[in-house]
Design a protein around this ligand. Structure first.
Ligand code: APR
Ligand code: ZN
Length: 351
């Protein structure tokens, strides 16, 4: 649990019993995402005390009145449950559902009785969560929980950015900046889409092997030589698609420069409110590039998580390289510091 400033701590909390249409889910695995870090360090303002965690899988332990998912079902948590009635949901953009704009919502109390908040309506770094049924996507019981958890954020976000937002076509060239769980998932999906070359970019040399294992054709260091190196591999043009998976204006600008004339830049990373992006107005016109963001992979988790789960079960999607290690809840603060240093792909808390 984060209280603002300093490391998060493990604390006892009290959650309500599941109300109408709600489920109590026993968490089995929860991944550490950069957005958790952004809430701890203030990049993404959030209310405290706050239970972190929004990328998780668990088993339904109790169904509230009217909830229909059977007890014992393995579910992947969805941090953007669609209301199915707002303008965005009715226009096939459930990832922008008007009901999901808050970074955290009140739920339960601390041991001292203070009102508690849970990240993105979930708060998954906990033995249990109480969530609306719409925030639970059933998946097969035999899907390994650590891999199932990643489907709920990094994998869905990365694969959706490639398939739904950018619609990468076979033979197109791709650059991916930032090789955490999200960027590596973009690489995996770009590979599956038949993209080539797939140029993986990071400041951390240690990401090289992870990137190549995920399907990148080249690893490039994010430094002064980057534009030249990318052009050398794309016939002097730049890439068809550049994906920004860091969440900073500097890397959005870098991605912008890597895209070819008429190419597309897809912003997957979530940056800070005061981190302003400056582009030349002439260049925006003349380069004819497209700049757009991909929220939750422009996806409908109810439809796409089961498809990804099946791909994992069939062996078509191998998520084992994404899991750098499983840890206990008490090790999560140290793992968040490792994430901040750019170490590993995904650290997953298991219960
Ligand atoms: N150029 C290239 N890579 C960079 C740079 C840079 N200037 N700065 C940082 N990186 C790399 C880090 O070394 C790290 O490998 O970006 C990667 C970010 O990985 P994670 O911290 O694991 O982040 P992840 O969980 O993948 O999320 C990425 O997507 O959902 C959003 O909020 C999330 O903005 C975050 C982004
Ligand atoms: Zn996330």
């Amino acid at each position: 649990m984060a209280r603002g400033g300093g490391d998060p701590r493990v604390e006892e909390v009290r959650l309500p019993a599941p109300g109408p249409g709600e489920l109590r889910v026993r968490i089995r695995a929860a991944g550490l995402c950069h957005s958790d870090l952004s809430m701890v360090n203030g990049t993404m303002p959030a209310p405290f005390p706050l239970v972190l965690g929004h990328e998780a899988a668990g088993v339904v332990a109790e169904a509230g009145p009217g909830a229909t998912v059977p007890v014992g079902t393995q579910v992947v948590l969805n941090w953007a449950p669609a209301c199915r009635t707002c303008w965005f949901c009715r226009h096939d953009e459930p990832w922008l559902c008007a009901a999901n704009t808050a970074p955290a919502v009140p739920r339960g109390v601390t041991a001292e009785g203070e009102p508690l908040h849970v990240t993105l309506g979930l708060g998954a770094f906990a033995e249990e969560v109480v969530i609306p049924q719409a925030a639970a996507v059933p998946v097969p019981a035999d899907l390994p929980p650590a891999q199932a958890a990643l489907l709920g954020c990094a994998v869905l976000t990365g694969s959706g950015a490639v398939r739904n937002t950018a619609r990468v076509a076979p033979g197109q060239s791709v650059a991916v900046l930032g090789l955490g769980g999200v960027g590596l998932s973009v690489i995996t999906a770009a590979r599956a889409a038949g993209a080539t070359p797939i140029l993986a970019v990071d400041v951390a040399e240690a990401k090289r092997d992870l990137a190549l294992a995920a399907g990148a054709t080249d690893f490039l260091r994010s430094d002064d030589t980057l534009s030249r190196e990318v052009r050398a591999r794309t016939g002097g043009l730049g890439v068809d698609h550049a994906f920004e998976c860091v969440g900073r204006s500097a890397t959005i600008r870098a991605a912008w420069r890597l895209a070819r004339r008429g190419g597309a830049v897809t912003v997957v990373g979530m940056g800070a409110k005061d981190d302003l992006l400056t582009l030349s107005a002439l260049d925006v016109f003349h380069s004819a590039r497209t700049l757009r963001s991909s929220v939750y992979g422009s996806s409908d988790p109810d439809r796409e998580v089961p498809v990804l789960a099946r791909a994992v079960a069939d062996g078509a999607l191998d998520l084992t390289p994404l899991v750098s290690g499983t840890i206990g809840l008490d090790e999560a603060p140290a793992a968040l510091r490792r994430l901040a240093r750019g170490e590993g792909a995904r650290w997953v808390v298991t219960f």
